[in-house]
Design a protein around this ligand. Sequence first.
Ligand code: SME
Length: 149
Amino acid sequence: MFENLRNEVLEITKASADSDLKLQQICDLLKANVTHYDWVGFYFKNGDKNELKLGPYAGAETDHTIIPFGKGICGQVAVSNENFVVPDVQAQDNYIACSITVKAEIVVPLFINGENVGQIDIDSNTPDPFTTEDERFLEFINAEVAKIL
Ligand code: SME
């Protein structure tokens, strides 16, 4: 499944469109095709502020359009520069709930020239659904996205 989706992501990134549209298409593609992806979005560092700003996403609207560095899973990844896989969100103290249906989350940082500029964030309504395959897949996506930003 991820192999086909990798090719579809490449089709999107190499097309002639603006980058926000491409990011939106990637979110829509992932949400529609990966059953355990229920919310898919990108957050990016907001200018020179130590906060994240929501970019394109697919799924329910969220109040959390700005997230300070250090807060929640997303804010922690902004400072750790490492993938954060959460099998059970209820077991996390530093977590920002977007919807009561969410059981698990994965956040993978996005680097441009070694700098952590943002992240892809996936929420799942399925408990403990993420494997290292998800991590490699999302790292691949972020590396491709980094080339078009
Ligand atoms: N749960 C995230 C907040 C973003 S929403 O999932 C869209 C967090 O704890 O950082």
